[in-house]
Structures are given as structure tokens and as C-alpha cells.
Design a binder for this molecule. Structure first.
Ligand code: SF4
Ligand code: SF4
Length: 484
């Protein structure tokens, strides 16, 4: 019997009963993961990247029309060139070079350059907007325009060396590349008496992409944003985290795709949510949590729902590895390490070091395979997903990126205002969720390209594979040694 089920939107998902904590692929009916994308233009537009001026010494010989392969310069019905379509400009300057009169000026739009911050740069914001709008991979056609060294995720590159394994076709390949990951706890061994399993069975949930959606930075003043997130998570067959205090009855159709975030000190206040969820997240924020404390909290949760999968979330950089080890020892299934986007902006290395330190600690303690790691903070582009996995995460929680796709202007939650452009109106719920779906799908396509380039058949095999990356600092040290 097939266990591919339909949700409230009519989307099929690899289902298990709510509360069983098991989400499995059907043996009898195999389906490739596929999500429909469609154009989803938003009411907020980003400023154009380039500004084009045509000076009045233009003599209308239309060399620019010939030179621009992006159709920016056009000829009107009167035979004269029209105003350039600046949206399409890629800044290649072919037109400026071709114009014998020097009548064209193409320059970066200062309004565009003021977008975002030093981490969520204007270019990253532009890509996020494009991906959310179209569901496609942004291709500039003008080569790689990014940096070759830097801090954080910019400090290392993928190693596509073919010596190890030939590449596979990514998105359009004949072989299916799996992006499925497990969230949960796998016991170190299974013990059988005859054919009967006597040890504790694995407590895992399979999701078809190594991405979940993080809770919005500030509590959504309108419930439509929460509904859009829940709907997107349902379409993507993944999870969306929502703060427990932001729950309302209208979310119940999406319960199987929601992960309530409950402050660790308030477990007792949310029994209904704990009972109706497959995964819950206990938020310890900046705390240092002992094994005993986590064990007690777990007991409290399990008294309410014995089968719920529990994730512990920590944000204290200095205590992350210790807290993660304590969680694993206490019996937690998932560890969510979160570095605030503000901190990552100031020091992008923090998120890289955080993931590495937690993964390494659990490997050293031989507990890595018993728990899953979700990381969040600083996830600003598609490449950050496989890079997080290489560092040791099983999955990432996308936060600020989807907010940017909906118009967020970096108030980082603490200055949330009534005029926040991220507001999702009731009529926009489907459009907003489609933008999130488009964004995640475009990132998954890019993940497939990375896996294909590395010759990997599944993303699970990328976890902690530091050999699949080249670290700039290590390379520099190797080449130049101690020399200045
Ligand atoms: S090539 Fe220069 S002079 Fe000719 S139409 Fe274009 S802008 Fe005008
Ligand atoms: S800079 Fe390049 S893309 Fe932009 S209008 Fe000129 S030729 Fe076209």
C-alpha cells in the first residue's frame, strides 16, 4: 500500500501518521522529488543594478542596439532608439565600447549599492529576489563575478576534482541524485532477539531536502506570514519552525510540517502543541545547559508525547560544543546551532567555526551518527547549503534569505515596525509561499549541480567531508608557510 499521501493543498508527501515520528518513502511507489515552480512577482521591486544614460550627442546610428545581446537598447517605431530597458542590463559595457560618439554611460545604481549590508550584499539580495521570483538558477552569462577568498563561507571553495570520481549530470541527469536527509536519532547499534528488535528503534524523520525554514526574526504581526511559511513547508515536504507563542488554530492543517519552538523553561505551557507535533524545538538560547537539565526537560516532554522528536537549540557560541555533547548524551535527537545573523555579519567565521566545532566534538565523542545537526545564521546563498553540509551539518534552517525574498529590510527583529515591507497580506499568502518554494527549489537545483560536479549520488555522503572543500587559509599556509 502506498504511503504517499495528500496534504490539505493536494500536494503529495511521503507520509506517516502524525505523532509516529516516521516519514518514509514508499517501497512500492518511488517518486522523484519534484516541486512546481512558477513566476511569483512581488509587489516590492529591488532597484535596478545599472543606470544607463544616453547623452544628447547620440546620432542614432544604433551600434548599441547591435552590441547589446541582452536587448537593452531597442529601436522605436519612429526609427530612433528608445529609452534603455535598464532591468535587462548586465553591465558588460559592450554598448559603451561600441558607440563611436561615446554617448552611452552605464554605471552602478547608487540606490542598488545601498541595499542590504556587508554580508547580505546587494548582489546576494538580487539573486535571492530572482530565485524567489522565478525558481531558476541565476546565470549571469558573464563568468563568476564573486570573490575568491574571504571570511566565513567565502573562505573555502568546492573541490570538484575528478581524480576521485567522475562528475554526474546535475539537474538534468539520468541518474537520480538524492537530496534526502534524516532528522533524528540513530542508535549506535540495533539489537535483535531472533527477528525481534529489542533495542530502541531509530527515531528519525526523512525530509527530501536538507533545508527547513526558520522562524521569522520577529513575531509576525500578521498571521498570513506564518500561514505562508507553513504552506511552503508543506509543499516542499519539509518543516517550518514557528515560535510556540505565534501558533493559532488556522495552522492546524499544516501541523505535520511545523516544528514549534518552545522556550526550554516553558515546556509545561504548551502540552497541546507538544502532543500534536512530530518534532519540537526546545530553545536554550544563550544558556549553558547541563546533561541533567536537558535530561529532565526531555522527560517532561516525553511524558506529554513519548514519540515526539526533540531538537535543542543553542546560540551561545562559546558553549555550543559542550551543549551539543550534553544534548546527545541526554538523548536528544536533533541539535540546532544558531548564530545570529548580526554576529555573522560582523564576523562571518563564527558560523563556520560553530558548525565545525560541534561536528568535530560529536565525532571525537563517537556520537555524531546518533544525532542530527541543523545550522542556521548567515545562510545567504545557495552555495551556503552544501558548504554547511561539508562542515558537518545535516541540514540548514533558512531564515533571513526568505525574509529578504518577501521584502525584509534588515531590522533584525528588534526594531520591527508596523510599516515593515515584509508584511504578507491575506491575499498574498499563496504568492508569498510560492516565492519561498521557488527560492528553496532554486537552491536545491544548485545543490544538485554541486553534488553532480563532485560525482556524489546523495547529499548524505557530503556531510563532514572536508576533503570536498579547499580552505583558503590552509592553502595559503601550505604555499607561503610563515612568510609575510
Ligand atoms: S551607438 Fe551611440 S550614437 Fe549610436 S545610437 Fe547608440 S548611443 Fe546613439
Ligand atoms: S552594458 Fe552590456 S548589457 Fe548593459 S546595455 Fe550595454 S551592452 Fe547591454
Amino acid at each position: 500500500m502506498s504511503n504517499i499521501e495528500k496534504d490539505t493543498e493536494g500536494h503529495s508527501y511521503f507520509g506517516g501518521d502524525l505523532g509516529e515520528g516516521k516519514l518514509v518513502h514508499s517501497n512500492s511507489q518511488f517518486e522523484r522529488y519534484h516541486v512546481e515552480t512558477r513566476e511569483a512577482p512581488w509587489r516590492i521591486r529591488l532597484p535596478k543594478k545599472f543606470r544607463i544614460s544616453i547623452y544628447n550627442n547620440c546620432v542614432n546610428i544604433q551600434e548599441c542596439v547591435q552590441a547589446c545581446i541582452y536587448n537593452v537598447h531597442r529601436v522605436g517605431e519612429d526609427g530612433r532608439i528608445t529609452d534603455p530597458v535598464e532591468d535587462l542590463c548586465r553591465g558588460c559595457h559592450c554598448c559603451t565600447l561600441s558607440c563611436p560618439k561615446g554617448a552611452i554611460c552605464v554605471e552602478l545604481n547608487p540606490e542598488f549599492q545601498r541595499l542590504g549590508n556587508t554580508y547580505f550584499t546587494p548582489e546576494r539580495m538580487e539573486n535571492i529576489f530572482f530565485e524567489a521570483e522565478t525558481g531558476r538558477i541565476p546565470v549571469s552569462g558573464a563568468g563568476y563575478g564573486g570573490v575568491f577568498a574571504g571570511k566565513g563561507f567565502d573562505g573555502f571553495w568546492f573541490d570538484f576534482s575528478e581524480i576521485v570520481r567522475p562528475t554526474r549530470d546535475g539537474i538534468h541527469g539520468r541518474e537520480y541524485i538524492s537530496t534526502t536527509v534524516d532528522l533524528g536519532r540513530k542508535p549506535p547499534r540495533l539489537v535483535f532477539e531472533g527477528s525481534r528488535l529489542v533495542s530502541e528503534p531509530p527515531r528519525t524523520i526523512e525530509i527530501p531536502i536538507p533545508m527547513i525554514l526558520d522562524a521569522p526574526l520577529s513575531s509576525p504581526s500578521d498571521r498570513s506570514l506564518a500561514l505562508a511559511l507553513a504552506r511552503a513547508a508543506s509543499i516542499l515536504h519539509t518543516f517550518s519552525i514557528l515560535k510556540a507563542e505565534d501558533y493559532f488554530d488556522g495552522l492546524s492543517p499544516y501541523a505535520s510540517n511545523l516544528m514549534p519552538r518552545i522556550p526550554s523553561s516553558k515546556i509545561i505551557e504548551f502540552p497541546k502543541l507538544i502532543k500534536s507535533s512530530r518534532i519540537i524545538e526546545l530553545d536554550y538560547q544563550e544558556e549553558k545547559a547541563s546533561e541533567e537539565r536537558i535530561r529532565e526537560d526531555l522527560k517532561q516532554v516525553r511524558r506529554i508525547n513519548p514519540s515526539v522528536i526533540v531538537c535543542t537549540k543553542f546560540s551561545n557560541i562559546d558553549e555550543l560544543a559542550e551543549n551539543a555533547e550534553n544534548s546527545a548524551r541526554a538523548g536528544v535527537e536533533i541539535i540546532h546551532i544558531h548564530i545570529d545573523d548580526c554576529i555573522v555579519e560582523q564576523d562571518p567565521d563564527t558560523i563556520v567555526e560553530a558548525i565545525r566545532s560541534v561536528h568535530t566534538r560529536l565525532v571525537e565523542k563517537r556520537m555524531r551518527d546518533e544525532v542530527s545537526i541543523i545550522s542556521s545564521g548567515g545562510i545567504a546563498e545557495a552555495a551556503h547549503v552544501p558548504k554547511s553540509v561539508i562542515l558537518g551539518a545535516d541540514a540548514v534552517a533558512i531564515g533571513l534569505a526568505y525574509q529578504i525574498a518577501l521584502g525584509c529590510r534588515f531590522c533584525y527583529g528588534d526594531k520591527h515596525r508596523d510599516d515593515c515591507p515584509m508584511r504578507v497580506e491575506d491575499a498574498d499568502i499563496n504568492l508569498a509561499s510560492q516565492r519561498i518554494v521557488n527560492l528553496v527549489n532554486a537552491w536545491r537545483d544548485q545543490l544538485l549541480e554541486v553534488l553532480g560536479g563532485m560525482g556524489l549520488r546523495e547529499v548524505r555522503r557530503l556531510r563532514g567531508e572536508l576533503g570536498r572543500a579547499i580552505f583558503y587559509r590552509e592553502l595559503e599556509e601550505k604555499v607561503y608557510g610563515d612568510s609575510e
